[in-house]
Ligand binder design. Structure first.
Ligand code: FAD
Length: 564
């Protein structure tokens, strides 16, 4: 028997409860609007925000004089000519206000001599990154926002609610259809304004720093609803993801805070510093940006100068045990429990998919091309261009979340709720259908997609590889089939995997197609067959979908190329 349909009505639907979604919900609710904050996981615990460890970039100038103009200049430089200047400026100008508001809410930014202290990170021209402590900044940000959400009248929270598609009427988004995971019940949500704050896509890659909720749902939802995506080829690989020896119970990107505090040396298998060969002299300091670092490491490995597990070495052996303990105290004991003594051995590191510069195209009010649909946080593309600076992502989530909440509140005051949608019947019927099980192993398909993307659409790319990736995606799509597998039972993983793969395959295709079309290297896009940056590619690529067909256009030249 098909489960009953649950129907909910709200002013603002916020999809995703990371920093962006929670800030958006708080902002819209304190402007008097009714908000439904929905997440496929537990509220405030499902995405990147709660996993982030370290720093938040903001021109506070609390220790060293600074100005949002300086932050903007560094952000635009890092973006290699492709930043949406308005979005970057918003991030830099409103960052300080959000950081102060977070402080008023009790986040507890670290202080020295009474002043909020700021660290210097690669690509920033001065110390600009605030933190709580170097391993717990994300959890503190998340906890602070969760507490404020809980205290804010007007925010209803719904965990375990996976949004499957956006609902539309007369060209506008009027809510969403969702699957309540723990009961298998379909849910129809009518909303005057919907905000997509679903985070990034790094689950598409085999080696990633993400949670399993980061398969790019928001990009697929927005695309199917008629919104454009921008800069989708620019996936950020974090250069020094942990590789070996085996490390249990610690985050793969934990070496970043070590490099912030202690410098560290990147070494090839001849125990030589090598970054200067790629244009960055580190001299034991942390100087190299993420795009340049990933490239340098992969090229050393390709030249046969890699470490045994296929990365390079990161060494802190020149630092004393006292230095290490003063900087990281109990973390040193946790490393010892894993058999790692940093005074005696280097560890092996290699690039790992970490963040997405691309995303949903919005204006400075976070409005997409589709009425009734806003986006915020990592789901948005454009603010960081072809490469993001450390610390800019949490600032982006806070600032864009707040802005989306503001815009939503204004739009709600003008709009009306529609409980009818042109596509609701089709989507709800699809969710209620009893699917076949053709013997397709969806978990294996997810692994195959991740391996394909890692190998052929990862940090180093070329035409042959990208075309292979696209062929594999075609094959996987036909194996998956057009209608959901599994049943409508509670926690049917086959069904959830089917819905996840439907999004992941679409988003992977967009990444591979835009990467193939950009015949140059710039920022995070490194083409082995087009090694130089080409001035004619100083344009963003926009992706839209009509009747299931993708179209890619250059934003500046507006040249359109239809692709299958
Ligand atoms: C390990 C790690 C460390 C990092 N460290 C830093 C750092 O030190 N500094 C920095 O600036 N940045 C850092 N980043 C990046 C930064 O954390 C993120 O870019 C930022 O937190 C994104 O916030 P968000 O609110 O946009 O998305 P997220 O925090 O990722 O939240 C998205 C939410 O959407 C939900 N969701 C997804 N799909 C659906 C759906 N279909 N239906 C319902 N809900 C859905 C997810 O469950 C999740 O809760 C780090 C990232 C990682 C992974």
């Amino acid at each position: 028997m098909s489960p009953e349909l649950i129907q909910i009505e709200t002013d603002v639907l916020v999809i995703g409860s990371g920093a962006a979604g929670m800030y958006a919900a708080i902002e819209a609710a304190r402007r008097g609007k009714r908000v439904l904050l929905a997440d496929r996981s537990l509220i405030g615990r499902g995405g990147a925000t709660v996993m982030a460890q370290m720093t938040v970039a903001v021109a506070l100038g609390s220790e060293t004089p600074d100005d949002p103009e300086h932050h903007l200049r560094d952000t635009l430089n890092a973006g290699r000519g492709l930043c949406d200047r308005e979005l970057s400026a918003l991030l830099c100008e409103e960052g300080p206000e959000c950081i102060r508001e977070m402080e008023d809410w009790g986040v507890g930014w670290a202080r020295k001599n009474g002043r909020i202290t700021q660290a210097k990170a690669p690509g920033h021209d001065r110390p600009r990154c605030v933190y709580v402590d170097f391993l717990n900044t994300g959890p503190a940000v998340s906890k602070t926002l969760r507490t404020v959400v809980n205290k804010t009248n007007g925010v209803r929270r719904a965990g375990d609610l996976c949004i499957i598609d956006l609902l539309k009427h007369d060209g506008a988004v009027v809510g969403a259809a969702a699957l309540h995971l723990s009961t298998g019940t379909p849910v129809q949500i009518a909303a005057k304004v919907t905000i997509v704050a679903t985070g990034g896509l790094t689950r598409l890659y085999e080696r990633n720093s993400a949670s399993s909720n980061m398969g790019g749902d928001g990009y697929a939802l927005a695309l199917r609803a008629g919104a454009s995506l921008i800069d989708m080829e620019f996936v950020q690989f974090f250069p020094i993801g942990h590789l070996a020896p085996r490390l249990i119970g610690m985050d793969p990107i934990m070496w970043d805070p070590f490099r912030y505090k202690l410098g560290g040396r990147l070494l090839n298998n001849r125990m030589e510093d090598f970054t200067d060969k790629y244009g960055v002299r580190e001299d034991g300091k942390y100087m190299i940006t993420r795009d340049a670092g990933s490239y340098a490491i992969l090229k050393e490995v390709e030249a046969g100068r890699g470490s045994p597990h296929g990365g390079v070495y990161l060494s802190f052996q020149h630092r004393s045990e006292l230095d290490l303990r003063q900087a990281f105290g109990p973390v040193i004991n946790r490393l010892a429990a894993n058999g790692i003594d940093l005074t005696k051995m280097p560890i092996e590191v290699a690039p790992i998919a970490h963040y997405h510069m691309g995303g949903i195209r919005v204006d400075r009010h976070m409005q997409t091309d589709v009425p009734g649909l806003l986006a915020a946080g990592e789901a948005v593309g454009g603010a960081n261009g072809a490469n993001r600076l450390s610390g800019n992502a949490i600032t982006e989530a806070l600032v864009f979340g707040r802005q989306a909440g503001r815009t939503a509140a204004e739009q709600v005051s003008r709009g009306e709720t529609l409980d009818r949608a042109d596509n609701a019947g089709t989507i709800i019927d699809m969710m209620r259908s009893d699917g076949a099980n053709h013997g397709v192993n969806t978990a294996q398909l997810i692994q195959r997609l991740q391996a394909t993307m890692q190998r052929h659409a990862g940090a180093l790319r070329d035409e042959t590889g990208l075309k292979t990736a696209l062929r594999e995606i075609d094959e996987m799509e036909s194996q998956l089939g057009p209608s959901p597998l599994g049943s409508t039972a509670a926690f049917d993983m086959l069904r959830l995997d089917w819905f996840d793969l439907r999004n992941m395959l679409l988003v992977a295709r967009v990444v591979a197609q835009t990467a193939l079309r950009r015949t140059e290297s710039r920022g995070a896009q490194r083409r082995e067959d087009f090694k130089d940056t080409a001035p004619e590619w100083n344009v963003n690529q926009l992706v839209a979908m009509t009747d299931g067909r993708l179209a890619i256009a250059n934003a500046a030249a507006a040249r359109e190329a239809a692709v299958a």
